[in-house]
Design a protein around this ligand. Structure first.
Ligand code: OOB
Length: 542
């Protein structure tokens, strides 16, 4: 068993098993079972129109698993996976599970700073990448990673492998595969993060399979579902809520879109008669406008899931008339808890709430700053535990003591109120994080990078309101000599290997920070200050 992760206490684990939430099945079994049930149905289609049946996909995964084992990858090894929305991701994901290795899922946008930290924390032995993606050569990053993290023994490349191993060559006749303990960790997901460094989220075979199965049920996924992957496959939403995995479990067809642009996505919806997809609010807004000028036929689309950040009630109400499909709001987190509006909820709940918990076994509390339950209907921080919510981040004991209550509730950092129907309305955030249209940026992590600039004495990162993204990133700098401007700072951070979506959208110079009564930087005051500046400039959110 993997060490360094926090399992559920025995009595709870027994309850989840006894009540049927945990079925004792390995996560890769969802592909195996669908391949046995309907081998000839189409499982996967890529943007170029290449198609794989369930039998073909299942066999590819078996062959690659055997090839991985030959390379010595298996037995609980952690493999950092950074692949875009291509068949290589899908095959490698299942192949790793079957070889007994643990995929560590990172986003294509991550760079050296994030990848080095993740590989180090995970103690990874391999790194899987595309050759080039989005004008970036991932092999260069792989070389830097190998220098920085010596435990990385192998680099697996989709495309031109240069001195590394081509994924296409990892192929061998199927061999008997190890059977995992379903209670053990199957995958490590990346957290949005609120601290200096990103955290890893252990998800077990039992918990993640339940996450997928219950999500597929609530969303009505079946063998006729054609699901378009628009967000990165590595994101929990697109992967497992119900996403790619839920579609394969239900026997439907997964279609991979390289980007969320209306040109790519609408073309694929028309070509493949896509029935369901998941996007973040800025993409939903873009699509709502794009239907005006894009010619594509979207009549097959029956369900649009929107989540990752808050969708306003006004755009929410436009989804059905403009796109001709049902809207579902999803308030979820890689840590576990998922809230969905239900397909038969009345419009006021679908448009005006972020859904209600997926599972009858989800326990939620809404508390004040002293961890006392607030009166029903009032706003407070959401705490949760349940059969698919983590009990601790991987190898992060010190952080875990703050991120969880003594009785195992995860502190989400989200401020919510609960309606009598049980639906949650997200009202704000208690965590020091920017949610830039669904992309999460830890203020502390970014501040630490910015503080390394010689022209910066002190830095505070805050969100600023934005009509499309919900919020963007603003950094207040106390200069030391010549402070960097926005472009210089962006170049400096890029040079340090910080992912592009974390670069500040705006830099403000300030002589001294406003302080709270205990002497901490008053970020609320800074937030008000930048919102006020935007209003005077006429670029506020409303
Ligand atoms: C999803 O997962 P993460 O891990 O990228 O981010 C989780 C955080 C939540 O704690 C919350 O702060 C925010 O993202 N969030 C929302 C939201 N959905 C997520 N805030 C307001 N309204 C929503 N609908 O973002 C994620 C994972 C699975 C499914 C959907 C989203």
């Amino acid at each position: 068993m993997l060490d360094g992760w926090v399992p559920w206490p025995d009595p709870l684990a027994e309850k989840y098993r006894a009540e049927g939430y945990w079925e004792g099945r390995p996560l890769d079994g969802l592909l195996r079972e669908s391949a046995e049930r309907h081998p000839t149905r189409t499982a996967l289609v890529d943007a170029d129109g290449a198609r794989w049946t369930y039998a073909e996909l299942d066999l590819r995964a078996d062959r690659m698993a055997a090839g991985l084992q030959r390379l010595g990858i298996g037995g609980g090894d952690r493999v950092v996976v950074q692949l875009p929305n291509t068949d290589a991701f899908v095959v490698l994901f299942f192949a790793l599970l079957r070889a007994g290795a643990i995929p560590v899922l990172t986003l294509p946008a991550h760079r050296e700073s994030e990848i080095v930290h993740v590989a180090e924390t995970a103690g990874a032995t391999a790194y899987a990448i595309p050759d080039l993606h989005d004008n970036f050569d991932h092999r260069t990053l792989a070389r830097a990673l190998r220098k920085a993290v010596p435990c990385i023994e192998q680099v697996l490349v989709a495309g031109d492998a240069a001195e590394f191993t081509a994924l296409a060559d990892i192929d061998a006749d199927p061999v008997p595969l190890p059977v995992p303990d379903p209670g053990d960790v199957a995958v490590l997901l990346l957290s949005g993060g609120t601290t200096g460094k990103p955290k890893l989220i252990p998800r077990t075979h039992d918990d993640y399979t339940y996450n997928v199965r219950a999500s597929a049920e609530v969303c009505g996924f079946d063998r006729d579902t054609v699901y378009l992957v628009v967000l990165p496959t590595a994101h929990n939403f697109a992967l497992a809520c119900p996403g790619l995995l839920g579609t394969l479990m239900a026997g439907g067809t997964v279609v991979l879109s390289p980007t969320p642009s209306p040109e790519d996505a609408f073309g694929l919806i028309e070509r493949e008669k896509v029935t369901a997809t998941a996007v973040v609010p800025p993409i939903a807004l873009l699509w709502l406008d794009a239907v005006e000028w894009e010619e594509a036929d979207l009549t097959s689309l029956a369900l649009l899931q929107v989540g990752g950040s808050k969708l306003g009630a006004e755009p929410a109400a436009r989804v059905e008339p403009a796109l001709g499909c049902t809207l579902q709001q999803v308030f979820g987190m890689a840590e576990g808890l998922l809230n969905y509006t239900r397909l038969d909820d009345p419009p006021e709940l679908v448009n005006g709430t972020q859904g209600r918990p997926l599972s009858p076994a989800d326990e939620i509390r809404v508390v004040d700053e002293d961890d006392r339950d607030v009166p029903p209907g009032e706003s407070g921080e959401l705490l949760t535990r349940g059969p698919y919510t983590l009990r601790g981040y991987y190898r992060a004991a010190e952080h875990n003591s703050r991120a969880f209550t003594a009785d195992g509730y995860y502190r989400t950092g989200d401020l919510v109120r609960i309606l009598p129907s049980g639906h949650l309305v997200v009202e704000g955030r208690a965590k020091d994080q920017i949610n830039r249209g669904g992309d999460k940026i830890s203020a502390e992590e970014l501040e630490n990078h910015i503080l390394a600039h010689p022209g910066v004495h002190d830095a505070a990162v805050v969100g600023m309101p934005d009509a499309t993204m919900g919020e963007r990133t603003c950094v207040y700098l106390v200069p030391r000599g010549q402070a960097p401007g926005q472009r210089e700072l962006a170049a400096f951070l890029t040079e340090r290997g910080v992912a592009g979506y974390k670069l500040p959208d705006r830099v403000e110079i300030i002589e001294a920070f406003p302080r709270t009564s205990v002497g901490k930087i008053d970020k609320k005051a800074l937030g008000r200050l930048i919102a006020e500046s935007l209003r005077t400039e006429g670029i506020g959110d409303n």
